[in-house]
Design a protein around this ligand. Structure first.
Ligand code: SF4
Ligand code: SF4
Length: 603
């Protein structure tokens, strides 16, 4: 009771699954390297928890990063990090599976292993130690963490997780103990990357390629689920003890995105688009609500407006939900007449805020990034929305995009000012009494990411980002109806190192952890000066990772195949520089390479 939110550490939630501790069962603990409230909002956790608890011979439990107060108590009292279901220390499991959704959680992985009594470095683990594996989008370049993981899953986990644990089961049943041989066998599963089989080479401070050991595959292809209607979905998700970040049930409509915004890693990583059928979704949505007691269902996917039957789906669900006094929560939709109508129906009388993500302040830069949204559309949709009674608008932008000039930066503030004027003009034109509109401008920092057309770009420096933030702040100072919020520059600068990092960062991360760094994703804990000092002590610099790459340089993630070809990304990069847009997958296939999966939208 002496720690904050003890509910994080006790388990016992509705719908948790407890299986016996038995040698015939392969025991996995799903680890989320952040606090309980964030982890329990993670859909992948709920999906894989259900999948791995499916067969009799497999069990899955959960563990989360203890918050610093609990971390301290556990160390003082020699309490190992344990799973919530059976209170087993992590080192008693066969598999420890981490979900890596963002790079800044890296030191929390080390915290969890350390508290769980598991050697931090894969090379120090004995035959009897658990196999430590990573999944999630970050694994498309796991190199900065390669020394700590025995294996990584690439792509979607529902099938590969069970194939992986099945091999471990066979190995266990046969009484085999040779860890090295087991890892080599696991590397034969499609979608499984075993870092120790790939020795990176460096020359003159630059990555030059890999020495591949033991005849491992030269590249590892990500896995996808071809038919989303046929895979398990958690219809009885575990209901968290605490108020979590997104406290509602979730329904996933589709995976992938038809649009190819050139900065967006998810848009390329999850290709191709695959939709669930409306019938499946209606059945699943109703079942989840009945099984959980939630009164709100959130629908979820990368770009929800692009679901082909969104209107019919929401109508179908609302018909049932209205009778049950439960509601449907829509994510930020691409705002048009149709979306306003949907939002009106979903929220009934409550007018929630409208969200737009133009990402860039001018049409020129929006074409560079292939953001298929233009100012006229935003203005005409907003006029309609203002007439319909909406007065809260949120606008998301990125600073530091390739080719950005100060004119583009000023364009961000100018757009917000035009929207403020539009609100009052619209109210005047319809003779309505204006309320105080709330317009929020939010800027984040562009970080070039692997597997995007911008993977070779320079990242802006701390000074450049700060100058751009100041410009916008000054321009919006006098506009009382416009609020400007910005992200911390230092965290984004550091994230840029991890995103395109290589294996030389493993000792840096280990040292940062040893000096006490955890929860780096939380601004209050992140110590940029300490980290840059460690980087320097290791003979590395921020520039090594964020500046001066050419399209001919070998990349640390060249041994990973996500379907989208490098040649396509180079073509898209050229088009970006020529301010040319690429049609979305539904308008025309651009031949990105993902057709190799023979699934979804691809011809
Ligand atoms: S619409 Fe653009 S930014 Fe959004 S998920 Fe798709 S590609 Fe990414
Ligand atoms: S192959 Fe064509 S349709 Fe398929 S994801 Fe790539 S661009 Fe889109």
């Amino acid at each position: 009771m002496s720690v904050e939110s003890p509910g994080r550490y006790v388990g016992g939630e509705k719908n948790q699954i407890i299986k016996p501790i038995d040698d015939s069962i392969v025991r996995t603990v799903f680890c989320f390297p952040d606090v309980y409230e964030i982890g329990m909002s993670n859909l992948a956790l709920q999906i894989l928890y259900k999948v791995l608890n499916g067969p009799e011979w497999s069990s899955c439990e959960r563990a989360f990063s203890p918050w610093p107060d609990m971390d301290k108590k556990m160390r003082e009292n020699n309490i190992p990090l344990y799973s919530l279901e059976t209170r087993s220390p992590l080192n008693e499991f066969d598999v420890i599976a981490f979900s890596l959704g963002y790079e800044m959680c890296f030191t929390n992985v080390l915290q969890m292993l350390d508290l769980g009594g598991v050697p931090l470095l894969a090379k120090d683990r004995k035959d009897t130690d658990p196999i430590v594996v990573a999944g999630g989008p970050v694994t498309c370049n796991i190199e900065p963490m390669a020394d700590f993981f025995d294996a990584a899953f690439l792509g979607e986990g529902e099938e590969v997780d069970l194939e992986f644990t099945k091999v471990i089961k066979e190995y266990k049943d046969a009484g085999k103990k040779d860890r090295k041989a087991l890892l080599r066998k696991l590397a034969d599963i499609e979608g499984v990357y075993v870092p120790s089989l790939y020795e990176p080479k460096f020359e003159g401070g630059r990555f030059t390629g890999y020495d591949i050991k033991d005849n491992a595959p030269s590249s590892v292809r990500k896995r996808i689920i071809k038919d989303l209607d046929s895979v398990e979905y958690p219809l009885s998700p575990v209901i968290p003890n605490n108020n979590v970040v997104h406290d509602r049930a979730y329904l996933e409509l589709f995976r992938g995105c038809i649009r190819g915004c050139r900065f967006c890693q998810a848009g390329y990583l999850y290709r191709p688009v695959r939709e669930k059928s409306m019938k499946t979704l209606c059945e699943q949505g109703i079942a989840i609500m009945n099984n959980t007691g939630y009164d709100e269902l959130g629908i979820l996917s990368l770009s929800t407006s692009d679901y082909t039957e969104l209107g019919a789906l929401t109508d179908g669900l609302l018909e049932v939900f209205n009778k049950q006094h439960s509601s449907l929560s829509l994510p930020s939709l691409r705002i048009d007449n149709f979306a306003l109508d949907l939002m009106e129906k979903a929220s009934q009388t409550r007018k929630t805020g409208l969200t737009f993500a133009p990402e860039a302040g001018t049409q020129r830069l929006r074409d560079v990034i292939n953001k298929g949204i233009n100012e006229e559309d935003i203005m005409s949709s907003l006029e309609l929305a203002f007439k319909g009674g909406w007065s809260t608008v949120k606008l998301y932008f990125m600073l530091g995009l390739p080719t950005e000039t100060m004119e583009d930066v000023e364009g961000i503030a100018n757009l917000a000012i035009k929207i403020e004027k539009l609100y009052f003009d619209t109210m005047r034109s319809i003779g309505a009494k204006p309320r105080k509109p709330e317009i929020t401008v939010s800027t984040s920092m562009f970080i070039p990411k692997p597997f995007t057309p911008f993977q070779w770009e320079d990242q802006n420096t701390e000074e450049q980002f700060l100058q751009k933030q100041t410009t916008i702040r000054n321009m919006l100072k006098k506009h009382r109806n416009i609020r400007y919020i910005w992200h911390d520059v230092k965290t984004s600068c550091w994230e840029g190192i991890y995103a395109r990092g290589d294996r030389r960062l493993c000792p840096v991360i280990l040292e940062g952890y040893k000096r006490g760094s955890i929860f780096d994703a939380w601004d209050q804990f992140f110590d940029y000066e300490m980290w840059t000092g460690i980087l320097k002590d290791n003979g590395l610099s921020w520039e090594d990772y964020t500046q001066g790459r050419t399209v001919d340089d070998p990349l640390p993630w060249d041994n990973i195949d996500v379907g989208v070809r490098k040649e396509f990304l180079k073509r898209e990069r050229e088009k970006a520089y020529n301010e040319q847009v690429t049609p979305n997958c539904r308008q025309q296939c651009s031949g990105c390479g993902a057709t190799c999966y023979k699934a979804g939208i691809c011809p």
